[in-house]
Design a protein around this ligand. Structure first.
Ligand code: PRX
Length: 659
């Protein structure tokens, strides 16, 4: 967020006086209480140790935390554990085999009810199949899948074998998949023929085929048949899931791994064009996600039906559709498709059908529902809901209030949860039985998490002041590094402030000392809760043969939070009539979709003869953000040619950005 925008956001927040106390019945029965905070603050490591003991370990640890090699941490040192066994086998052994793990619903309306016993068998079969294919502990496996149960099965089969998975969101392009597959040197890609989205099958396998051309190390592609569409077949390399998995034994002897065994790598955008492979390991991660899932969502596993409506291709899906919920013996709802297929009340009909009691989604989705209108949720009772969660971007108070009133019927508390791919688990959040919430505030650090807001020099700011969000002590689900790049890990997160984890977010402490997250302060954009780097998009655009230079900024957008705006200069002649300009902009959008994925397509592309530059040749992105958000232009005196920016401002489409 630009400085001017965050200043005005700050002053608005200062006037927020609404408070919502926890409902008395929820507070009376809450999993986490005020005592939980006291316990964690009196002995943070003992608190985490207690959370770790909720899991089943093959061998106990000798030491809770080893921080001697900071910023590289080790948790539960010497302990041995298997993540899949903790999510599955131990529940079945304890007599919960018949409990539903997932009520899965495909977009066309097909459904599957999968119990813990079913899921355990499916994962054992898949683990046996992967072993037969040659996957061993430590091997990396790519997963490029739609939202179907086999995606969870594939992840857990990898976890069972100690083979770290790297799930790539199905909306990413072949190029993006190839880059990630090469970076972690994976030999197997698990995919599907396609999935259903917006009422039609959409293909995945062609992107895998294309990616494989750049990844000669890939030995096999394991393909789940979901849509039945025709796929090209590469004999010898490609294998059908139903051929190799379903014939396997439904039992598999799991081995326990070191607590620090890599569990997964999740690629996320940083401030350079190359995505970072965020590494998570097993024991600390599972401890962190299961504890937060249990307490933040006040999960009573006997009675709750929980629905995290994220995609498994993002960290939210990893931590709060798969690992946290399954470790906690949760009954979850999982949905394949889009919320407006076949009609705009799809989610609300599912809430009633499955009696969902806890719903977790993103502000961008809430704002889309607001735009569609109250009549869609109003067609359904939704009396089963008792708790609502938000994640992915700052939630504006209007969306928060709408969520509370229209979806939560003024009855359900809202937990606005701040965290990141890197943090692995929820870090700043209300606890629903304890915290009096404020519309738009993530409020306080989770018990056992030490956070602060600091100024430019790393000094904690006072109440009522803004600064940078930092984490001051290691936490169990923290990233263990960037795959293959220790130096980048240090540089990115630990060099800005001495000894503090710098999250890249601006934040404020209000008069009560509660936290408000204000958006990124680096070159990372947040588009509909998806992290995309300006540099990555610039890099893609500049890769187009007709483009000379590009500057990309994130501009605020009423629905998607931020939207991508690109300023582009071309080689040779500028397309001079409007239709030529439009056609070229569309060509560039398609190019970005091919390079990164459709989520990275710019909302606005301005073709301009020049970009505003300082005398030393640096592009002034700050001014371009002012242009993109229709603000008064800031200081232009350092520009080589101040006329450039005003001529660009004249071309910026009116009303594209939030007023
Ligand atoms: O800017 C913050 C924003 O999303 C970033 C992390 O993105 P990602 O790693 O993709 O993970 C998203 C889901 C955990 C953060 O740096 N963010 C996430 N949650 C919130 C948020 N900003 C404000 N409020 C939140 N609740």
């Amino acid at each position: 967020m630009s400085e001017a925008a965050s200043q005005s956001a700050l002053s608005n927040l200062l006037h927020e006086t609404r408070r919502f106390d926890p409902p008395a019945d929820l507070a009376a029965n809450a999993i986490a209480t005020k005592a939980t905070y006291d316990e964690a603050s009196s002995d943070r490591l003992a608190f985490w140790e207690k959370q770790a003991k909720r899991l089943t370990w093959a061998k106990p640890w000798d030491q809770v935390l080893d921080w001697s090699n900071a910023p590289f941490s080790k948790w539960f040192v010497g302990g041995q554990i298997n993540a899949a066994v903790n999510c599955l086998d131990r529940h079945v052994e304890a007599g919960h085999g018949d409990k539903v793990a997932y009520h899965w619903e495909g977009e066309p309306g097909d459904t599957r009810t999968i119990t813990y016993a079913d899921l355990t068998k499916m994962v054992c079969q898949a683990a046996n199949a992967l072993t037969e294919i040659g996957v061993q502990a430590g091997d990396r496996v790519m997963i490029y899948m739609p939202m179907i149960p086999e995606t969870v099965v594939a992840m857990l089969a990898c976890a069972r074998l100690g083979a770290p998975h790297s799930v790539v969101f199905g909306g990413f392009s072949a190029e993006a998949l190839a880059g990630r597959t090469l970076d972690c040197d994976a030999k197997l890609i698990i995919t599907a023929d396609g999935g259903y989205r917006r009422g039609a099958p959409s293909a995945l396998k062609p992107a895998v085929d294309q990616a494989c051309k750049e990844c000669p190390q890939v030995e096999h592609v394991l393909v789940v048949r979901r849509t039945g569409q025709d796929v090209e077949w590469n004999e010898g390399r490609d294998l059908w899931w139903h051929d190799v998995v379903e014939k396997q034994s439904t039992t598999h002897e799991a081995q326990a791994f070191d607590a620090e065994q890599p569990l997964y790598i999740m690629y996320t955008s940083g401030t350079t064009a190359k995505p970072k492979g965020i590494l998570h390991t097993t024991g600390g991660y599972l401890t962190g996600v299961s504890a937060t899932h249990k307490m933040v969502f006040d999960l009573h596993e006997d009675t709750d039906v929980y629905w995290c409506a994220a995609d498994i291709g993002w960290v939210t899906g990893h931590s709060y559709i798969v690992y946290g919920p399954l470790a906690n013996l949760t009954t979850s709802v999982m949905y394949e498709g889009t919320p407006d297929t076949p009609a705009r009340d799809r989610w609300w009909s599912m809430v009633d059908k499955y009696k969902v009691s806890i719903l977790y989604t993103a502000p961008t989705t809430i704002r889309t529902f607001m735009k569609w209108g109250e009549e869609f949720p109003a067609q359904h009772e939704m009396s089963s809901l008792r708790l609502l969660g938000s994640v992915g971007e700052p939630i504006n108070p209007e969306a928060w209030m709408w969520y509370r009133r229209v979806i939560g019927h003024d009855r359900c508390p809202i937990v606005d949860t701040w965290w990141q791919t890197e943090t692995g688990m929820i870090m700043i959040t209300p606890l629903p039985g304890v915290t009096s919430t404020k519309p738009g505030a993530a409020m306080t650090a989770f018990p056992g998490v030490s956070a602060d807001v600091v100024d430019n020099d790393g000094k904690p700011v006072g109440n009522g002041e803004g600064g940078y969000m930092v984490i001051t002590e290691p936490w169990p689900a923290m990233l263990r590094g960037i795959w293959g790049d220790d130096e980048r890990y240090r540089q990115t997160y630990w060099s800005r402030f001495d000894g503090l984890y710098f999250a890249g977010d601006g934040a404020k402490k209000d008069e009560d000392g509660d936290y408000w997250l204000l958006g990124r302060v680096d070159d990372v954009m947040n588009i509909s809760g998806h992290r995309i780097s300006t540099t990555e998009v610039e890099h893609a655009i500049v890769g187009h043969p007709k483009v000379a230079e590009a500057a990309v900024v994130g501009a605020s957008d009423p629905t998607t939070g931020q939207a991508i705006v690109a300023f582009v200069t071309v080689k040779g002649n500028v397309p001079d009539d409007e239709s030529q300009g439009h056609a070229f902009a569309d060509e560039l959008r398609a190019h970005v979709a091919k390079e990164i994925g459709p989520i990275a397509k710019p909302r606005d592309i301005l073709i301009t003869p020049d970009l505003p530059k300082t005398r030393s040749g640096k592009i002034m992105r700050r001014l371009l953000r002012d242009v993109a958000e229709h603000r008064q232009l800031g200081d232009t005196t350092t520009l080589l040619d101040p006329g450039v920016v005003s001529s660009i401002a004249e071309k910026m489409p009116a009303g594209a950005a939030e007023e």
